[in-house]
Design a protein around this ligand. Structure first.
Ligand SMILES: Cc1ncc(COP(=O)(O)O)c(C=O)c1O
Length: 390
């Protein structure tokens, strides 16, 4: 099967549903297999046609996944990793002692933990600022950062950052920008088009979509950054397994369909419950009451399928609420076909210190919903039933 969008077929660039399914070369032309095999090998015969040598530095299953991710994101390069956090490690490891990472104040807890508990020991400094404040954008140069680290929407507060304005300012001063696009994927927003140098994604989440594999990827148009990512993959041993890459490649095929269904349900759920007496705040990027609603509308194709709720309940009752849901499992992670609920203060952001959590508003009454592919009505009834217990 040939990579889609080539001139031979004389057709215009295929749509994203087509690109997600047709991943190009299977690396096994002799057999005619439509689905690629799992290349479960640690090493390769010297001098093979494709130049593979050892799976830590490349494997056909990595290449197949990299090709499909590149085509849906329209990026020149992609490197896959063993998890989203491996991708974070790969990028951060390119820095040196004395370098500064200027971060959005609300990032995924384990990214913050990596900067503050691991790389700080090696002389890196992470600085945090609220990038929804326009003044922070103007002051980028004053912080003298080596790298800027963003998420939008942020985890778990769903803050929407003006990616283009931040990248325009950073690019003026030649400061590379990393945008963690885990919550949106390229189907909702394309960080590289908005000016980011690196688009990072935990493929564990929406890209795979079935909560059965871990992975990460870094996409870029920049050749030098791509070489650095390939180097980190092999030098730090951050590669994924061929099997996980195969599962994730299979998962991507239904990404557009899943996102369509999940977004539709999330929009309905966010509206349905925004005025419920037990809910003091329903955060969803495409909800008119969201503080960056207009920006979200202009920057994102849809509001995604993550909703963050602030409940009028104490910690014990918040957990009672979570546990009385039938279809939303109380578990870490997001983006799968099955709905999940998470308590960020004690789960995804447990490693962030209490002072920072309080400052950001990640408290015991906050829950994050990842809306799955179940019937919308069943999810609505499930939440209503659990809320009405109070
Ligand atoms: C925004 C974000 N980035 C990165 C990661 C890390 O991904 P992984 O769990 O695949 O290491 C996560 C995980 O939840 C995440 O939410």
């Amino acid at each position: 099967m040939k990579t889609m969008g080539n001139k031979e077929n004389n057709i215009k660039k295929p749509g994203v549903k087509t690109l997600s399914i047709h991943h190009g070369e299977t690396f096994s032309e002799e057999t005619g297999c439509v689905m690629p095999p799992i290349f479960s090998t640690s090493t390769f015969n010297y001098g093979n046609k494709q130049n593979f040598d050892y799976t830590r530095s490349g494997n056909p299953n990595f290449k197949i996944l990299e090709n499909v991710l590149k085509s849906i994101e329209d990026s020149k390069y992609c490197t896959v990793f063993g998890s989203g956090i491996s991708a974070v490690t790969a990028i951060t490891s390119t820095l040196k002692s004395g370098d500064k990472i200027l971060c959005e104040s609300n990032l995924y807890g384990c990214t913050v933990r990596m900067f503050d508990k691991i790389f700080k020991k090696f002389g890196l400094e992470a600085l945090y600022t609220d990038f929804t404040d326009k003044e922070s954008i103007k002051k980028i140069k004053d912080f003298q950062p080596t790298l800027i680290w963003l998420e939008s929407p942020t985890n778990p507060l769903l803050k929407i950052l003006d990616i283009k304005s931040i990248c325009d300012e950073a690019n003026k001063h030649k400061i590379p920008v990393v945008l963690d696009n885990t919550f949106s994927t390229a189907l909702i927003q394309k960080p590289l088009e908005l000016g980011a140098t690196l688009s990072l994604i935990s493929t564990t989440k929406f890209i795979n979509g079935h909560c059965d594999a871990l992975g990460g990827a870094v996409l870029t148009h920049d050749e030098e950054w791509n070489s650095k990512m390939l180097f980190s993959q092999k030098a730090l041993g951050l590669q994924p397994s061929p099997f996980d890459s195969w599962l994730i490649t299979r998962g991507v095929k239904t990404l557009p369909l899943r996102i369509e269904q999940q977004t539709k349900s999330a929009e309905i759920i966010s509206k349905e419950f925004e005025n419920h007496r037990i809910i003091s705040k329903a955060l969803y990027p495409f909800n008119k009451k969201h503080p960056q609603f207009n920006l979200a509308k202009s920057q994102m194709k849809s509001g995604g399928s993550i909703i963050t709720l602030k409940l009028n309940l104490d910690k014990a009752d918040t957990f009672k609420f979570c546990k009385s849901l039938k279809y939303f499992s109380l578990a870490e992670s997001l983006g799968g076909v099955e709905s999940l609920i998470c308590h960020p203060a004690t789960m995804t952001h447990a490693s962030v210190d209490d002072k920072t959590k309080n400052l950001l508003g990640i408290d015991d009454s906050l829950v994050r919903l990842s809306v799955g592919c179940e019937d919308t009505n069943d999810l609505v009834s499930d939440i209503l039933f659990a809320l009405n217990k109070f």
